[in-house]
Ligand binder design. Structure first.
Ligand code: ARG
Length: 601
């Protein structure tokens, strides 16, 4: 199945060229069926260039346009919009050409591609996601980067790009001196059995270390000495630090597993030597004459980038080497980019990091551009808003601490279980056995948290509201998962294996409900292409939600069509195939969101 939007754009572009107007064909899906399925908005802009009336330009373009196998006669509307309505034959052919589920040319990972081809311009993309600080337990603030980042990776992988999922964890810095020193005091023989280290509660471990640090001057000195030893590569200190990081990462991976997120861990410490190298490169540039923007200021090596000032309007430096010789966050990120571009050959680097770090990334990208170290590589900060409490304040525990992500997930699963158990105990109960309830509750609870996050516009804050997340109606995971299970059950009820329905006969698309469903189904490729550019997962949740609602209308007794008992046989088969395509589209969509489906719930 091809993207209709791409196909139409390609054709309008060549018709425009034929009337002497090259440019963006400006095709959009119409928001209102009154204006057909797609709209071209290019004529107004072209009219000026060509010195003609927009409606005349539109007519000229249509005259040169090859549309017959795709759309009915295009209509000119308003000042010069061109509206396209896809023909039933086109819809039938596009959907009819999708290979059956079981035998689809499955990708290496076995995903049903619904006949969507991979891009012919694959790129190496590095996605920097999750990246918690290993000194502490993952908290709810890490949810968004992990979930949004994973969804973006899945979509880019589906599109055929080579994606590196980089978990750029914070495993370096003075805090680790304190933690290692504390660990030595608590478990003096840790260096002998580093593999056996278990820290049940990282959060209280950190708090204990910090309390000791603040109260005890001897310990303070010990902690500072440990930092120096760590930086100088003292083998025992490194061993204990490694053991601590491994233990902390183990905690993270328990969560990643529950969230079905896979990542490659590569912490900040990986870049320690590379930081030396790049700082030297920068200092050499300064000595060779780049003095206007690379300067030593109060002993620190700084980059002064255009457009960045302090609140008082003073130039804001980006410090790459502090006056004590130490490096900081910006230095590590510069070294990271150099590594990703030169060694990993990245052509696109995406940072899925909260919006509070907006300025950091703006300065980083400005610095890299000025240094010329990432030419030909696209850098983007995929910023996101905060998770707020139900009342819109900061999401904090009663004591003012952050919620552990693990506890939040447990709570979501418990709520999902309650919803399912209530449903089971009522009239609609289907006698699902307890083991299956466990599986369903875990899938629904985790899915609910992820879906709710992804369904919000990335840049906005949202209120963490478990009741809404696990609700069976509305744009939620339970609703979508239920919609999927329901469509799948139609095949069972009809006594047909949907995957083995004959695909040689055309789909019959006559009833408005059939046409509406078909129109929605053919929008999948363009929806996915759009997200691989704009990186907005909520576009996918909206699409799936619309699809589920469109399907409900199709299957509705009053407004829709008969399916299981439809006649004649060709119509029944055609409708069952539409069910199959809907189920597979929902399944693929939920899979790309990182949400597991269950066959019944
Ligand atoms: N560890 C950082 C934090 O917790 C996030 C790192 C984001 N990635 C990066 N390359 N700067 O804030």
């Amino acid at each position: 199945m091809k993207s209709v939007l791409d196909e139409l754009s390609r054709r309008v572009r060549s018709a425009m060229a034929a009337v002497g107007a090259d440019g963006d064909p400006m095709i959009r899906a119409s928001q209102d069926p009154k204006f057909g399925d797609y709209q071209c908005n290019a004529a107004m802009g072209l009219a000026k260039k060509l010195g003609k009336k927009p409606r005349d330009v539109a007519a000229d373009v249509i005259a040169k346009l090859d549309f017959a196998d795709l759309s009915t006669e295009p209509e000119i509307a308003g000042p010069g919009f061109i509206n396209f309505t896809l023909t039933p034959e086109f819809l039938s052919r596009s959907l009819g050409g999708i290979p059956p589920g079981g035998t689809a040319p499955a990708a290496a990972d076995g995903v049903d591609r619904l006949g969507i081809a991979a891009t012919d311009q694959p790129q190496v993309v590095v996605v920097d996601l999750s990246s918690p600080n290993l000194a502490k337990e993952m908290h709810v603030g890490h949810l968004r980067s992990t979930v949004i980042g994973d969804c973006i990776c899945r979509i880019l992988e589906f599109e055929g790009h080579t994606v590196h999922r980089e978990n750029h964890v914070g495993d370096w810095g003075t805090q680790f001196g304190m933690l290692v020193a504390h660990l030595l005091r608590e478990k003096p023989d840790v260096a002998e059995h580093p593999d056996e280290l278990v820290i049940a509660d990282l959060e209280s471990f950190y708090v204990a270390a910090k309390t000791r640090f603040d109260a005890d001057d001897d310990f303070k000195t010990e902690a500072r000495d440990t930092v120096v030893k760590l930086q100088q590569g003292d083998p025992d200190t490194r061993k204990i630090w490694k053991a601590f990081c491994a233990e902390s990462l183990r905690h993270c991976h328990e969560i990643y597993e529950r969230l079905h997120v896979s990542l490659e861990d590569r912490g900040e410490s990986f870049y320690t030597e590379r930081m030396e190298v790049i700082v030297q490169r920068i200092d050499e540039m300064r000595q060779r004459g780049d003095k206007d923007w690379i300067q030593i200021s109060d002993g620190a090596l700084c980059l002064f980038l255009e457009g960045f000032t302090t609140r008082d309007g003073e130039p804001l430096p980006m410090i790459v080497r502090k006056s004590d010789g130490g490096f900081n966050y910006a230095t590590s990120d510069l070294a990271t980019i150099a590594h990703r571009v030169d060694e990993m050959r990245a052509r696109r680097i995406l940072y899925v990091v909260g919006l509070p770090q907006k300025q950091h990334f703006e300065m980083l990208f400005a610095a890299i551009t000025k240094l010329g170290w990432a030419d030909g590589c696209e850098l983007e900060h995929i910023g996101f808003g905060s998770v707020l409490s139900k009342t819109g304040t900061m999401f904090k525990t009663r004591e003012g601490g952050t919620f552990k992500l693990k506890d939040v997930l447990d709570e979501a699963v418990a709520r999902a279980r309650a919803v399912i158990e209530e449903q089971e105990s009522g009239e609609g109960g289907r006698g699902i056995d307890p083991a299956e309830v466990d599986t369903i509750a875990e899938a629904v609870g985790i899915g609910a948290v992820k879906y709710f996050d992804l369904a919000h516009a990335r840049q906005s804050d949202y209120k963490f509201d478990l009741d809404t997340m696990v609700a069976m109606d509305g744009n939620t995971a339970p609703y979508m998962m239920y919609a999927y299970a329901r469509v799948r059950s139609i095949g069972r009820k009809a006594g047909v294996d949907l995957a083995s329905l004959p695909t040689d006969a055309p789909l019959v698309l006559e009833h408005p409900a059939e046409l509406a469903l078909a129109r929605k189904l053919v929008q999948l490729p363009e929806t996915l292409h759009g997200i691989s550019r704009d990186l907005r997962p909520n576009v996918l949740t909206e699409y799936l939600y619309d699809l589920a609602k469109t399907f409900s209308r199709f299957y509705d007794k009053k407004h829709g069509v008969r399916v299981i008992d439809a006649e004649p046989e060709a119509v029944r088969t055609s409708r069952l195939r539409l069910c199959d395509l809907t189920a597979r589209t929902l399944e693929l969509g939920l899979h790309l969101l990182g949400i597991e489906t269950v066959e019944r719930m």
